[in-house]
Design a protein around this ligand. Sequence first.
Ligand SMILES: *[C@@H]1O[C@H](CO)[C@@H](O)[C@H](O)[C@H]1NC(C)=O
Ligand SMILES: *[C@@H]1O[C@H](CO)[C@@H](O)[C@H](O)[C@H]1NC(C)=O
Ligand SMILES: *[C@@H]1O[C@H](CO)[C@@H](O)[C@H](O)[C@H]1NC(C)=O
Ligand SMILES: *[C@@H]1O[C@H](CO)[C@@H](O)[C@H](O)[C@H]1NC(C)=O
Ligand SMILES: *[C@@H]1O[C@H](CO)[C@@H](O)[C@H](O)[C@H]1NC(C)=O
Ligand SMILES: *[C@@H]1O[C@H](CO)[C@@H](O)[C@H](O)[C@H]1NC(C)=O
Ligand SMILES: *[C@@H]1O[C@H](CO)[C@@H](O)[C@H](O)[C@H]1NC(C)=O
Ligand SMILES: *[C@@H]1O[C@H](CO)[C@@H](O)[C@H](O)[C@H]1NC(C)=O
Ligand SMILES: *[C@@H]1O[C@H](CO)[C@@H](O)[C@H](O)[C@H]1NC(C)=O
Ligand SMILES: *[C@@H]1O[C@H](CO)[C@@H](O)[C@H](O)[C@H]1NC(C)=O
Ligand SMILES: *[C@@H]1O[C@H](CO)[C@@H](O)[C@H](O)[C@H]1NC(C)=O
Length: 546
Amino acid sequence: MASHLSLAFYLFAAVFPSSATALTRPPRRPSAIPVQATVPSGAGVPFKSFLSYSIEFSSFPDFAGNLSSPNVFSNNLLNNLGDLAGTKPYIRVGGNTQDYAIFNSSLDVASIGILNTNISSDYPTTLTIGIPYFESYHTWPDTKFVHGFNLGRNSTAARQALIESVPYACEALQDGKLLYWELGNEPDLYKTSAQGPVRPPSWDEQDYVDEWLHWTREIRKAMRQPCPQLASWNDYKYYAPSFAGSSNSLDPIETWEDGLDSDKDIAVITSHNYISGAEVPGVTLQGTLMNHTSNVISVRKQTNESRHLAALPDHLEPNLPFILGEHNSLYNQGRPGLSNTFGATLWGVDFNLYCAANNIRRVHMHQGTNYRYQSWQPIDTNKTNKGTKAPYYGNIAVAAFLGDLTKSPPSVVNLPLPSEQESAYATYTSSGKLSKLMVINLMEYNATAGNNYTNDYPRPIERYTFQLPSDVGFAKSVKLQRLMANGSDAITGVSFDGYSYNYELENGKPVTLHNVTRGEVLQIDGGGRLCVDVPRSSAVILDLGC
Ligand SMILES: *[C@@H]1O[C@H](CO)[C@@H](O)[C@H](O)[C@H]1NC(C)=O
Ligand SMILES: *[C@@H]1O[C@H](CO)[C@@H](O)[C@H](O)[C@H]1NC(C)=O
Ligand SMILES: *[C@@H]1O[C@H](CO)[C@@H](O)[C@H](O)[C@H]1NC(C)=O
Ligand SMILES: *[C@@H]1O[C@H](CO)[C@@H](O)[C@H](O)[C@H]1NC(C)=O
Ligand SMILES: *[C@@H]1O[C@H](CO)[C@@H](O)[C@H](O)[C@H]1NC(C)=O
Ligand SMILES: *[C@@H]1O[C@H](CO)[C@@H](O)[C@H](O)[C@H]1NC(C)=O
Ligand SMILES: *[C@@H]1O[C@H](CO)[C@@H](O)[C@H](O)[C@H]1NC(C)=O
Ligand SMILES: *[C@@H]1O[C@H](CO)[C@@H](O)[C@H](O)[C@H]1NC(C)=O
Ligand SMILES: *[C@@H]1O[C@H](CO)[C@@H](O)[C@H](O)[C@H]1NC(C)=O
Ligand SMILES: *[C@@H]1O[C@H](CO)[C@@H](O)[C@H](O)[C@H]1NC(C)=O
Ligand SMILES: *[C@@H]1O[C@H](CO)[C@@H](O)[C@H](O)[C@H]1NC(C)=O
């Protein structure tokens, strides 16, 4: 058996084959990418738990388990992120099924869902939840939640069930578990939804605002007796309006003009985002996901909304932080071969960091049982095995790059590069000193059959040279952490900094791999130049050690 050292060397040589130097490199990249000494104006500053999750309402018991059978694997994966970020990810429990969920206190199981495959094969469109559902809020220590109340179903029985659910929800989330509430998922789609409209075509922004105000006041009343603290002015707060996007049938700006925040109980403005859709013709890994331009355009739609809100007259301007309360790659739960690949992992790193750089202060990546874009599958089903999925490693890389956000969060900037198939970011410490760089190479490289290459086609390597500011301290060492897999189409064998988080190894806890290089160190030369080689379809963090 080969020793670890020689095996590591062998694999280093395999990832960095010498013949790759013969390949032509894109000529467009500047000879050195300039990095400013001080934080450029307009840099983003992420919130605590920047990399957070949104879990499909109907799937939450699968992800969290219950008191007699807690999902330890999920908790381990959340702890890994908490160890990097200082706090565990915040969990928004919601999505389409939040607006199907009807509470029934006589039900003795967490939930009963009925699938209507005419509408979706992925989640139930008829969903009843019982008191045991709320047990799932008790299985993950030190985790904060956003609980999504139903606004979509508005029969008299559904409205009554909503109010009856309030004491159970608030009692489960007392004692520090509540982040905020949410009422309604993507109400801007209520009258046009592909899953069936739940409001008439005449329903407008004012109607939405009136309903939202009415029911948030009713929920608060129902909370006063069981949970007086959570019903207090200080604590009774919402994520809102949770719209699908500004191009839909309600204009988010108008909802604020119509008095959405009249009660001053909104803490954070949330919007949802998907790059494109699973069934949209022409969607590809390289063209749609491994494409920095498509991320820029998608994020710009969101920052347009926050800019318009900031431009409202003073008495209407919410002056609240803006986040993505639900997002992922391709709506309709993602597409196999795209959303579950290492290419989508790299997409997630670029998209999330571009959000951070544009002051979108938190992102909740959506997932559900069997969803193709999920970061992990929480249980075994007849569609997918329980396990850590490729996108999770991108979540880890983002958290590692941003570091501990609890004390002094960094400023994040995007460093413009000439090609849309690559991107780079820098962070500065809260005292303004350049701290880390990250390069994400988005050039597709297929690892497995189905590619256009022979098996021994060497993986091209791109060289990136940074010109660093003098205050970094030249001629010093820089530590590298690589996000790696065999190629953009790989769905297994992903690692970050030489660690695997796979379920099969230690139930999601980090395990050092002996077949992947780690601990690489580079030197900044005397002129302040830093050169790093990045295999196509991979990313690297450069820690300047400030
Ligand atoms: C609630 O659940 C119980 C027990 O399953 C059932 O008998 C009852 O009909 C349900 N109530 C409603 C309103 O659906
Ligand atoms: C708790 O979860 C286990 C495993 O999924 C399940 O068998 C059990 O019925 C659940 N308990 C309740 C009260 O839902
Ligand atoms: C699904 O669609 C088929 C064909 O239109 C219809 O016959 C069936 O009743 C539908 N099923 C449900 C549950 O709506
Ligand atoms: C449900 O919404 C419709 C359309 O806005 C409205 O006419 C109806 O009164 C609502 N029903 C209840 C019970 O609130
Ligand atoms: C990348 O995305 C942009 C914006 O959607 C698009 O115009 C461009 O064609 C895409 N690139 C490729 C290679 O498909
Ligand atoms: C920007 O936001 C405004 C206000 O919501 C909207 O009218 C406009 O269409 C948006 N533009 C883009 C490019 O999204
Ligand atoms: C797969 O599991 C689902 C949910 O438990 C079940 O409804 C379905 O019949 C199963 N399908 C097969 C092919 O076993
Ligand atoms: C990778 O494989 C996909 C699917 O077979 C193909 O469409 C794409 O062109 C390949 N890309 C490269 C760079 O070989
Ligand atoms: C495969 O590679 C050959 C040689 O580079 C090229 O001519 C051909 O267009 C490629 N086919 C596809 C589907 O990318
Ligand atoms: C990755 O490539 C190595 C070296 O060719 C191979 O041994 C390993 O099985 C591959 N991993 C996966 C998940 O395909
Ligand atoms: C390293 O080992 C892991 C676990 O056995 C495997 O999944 C992965 O494909 C290997 N990676 C390489 C580059 O060989």
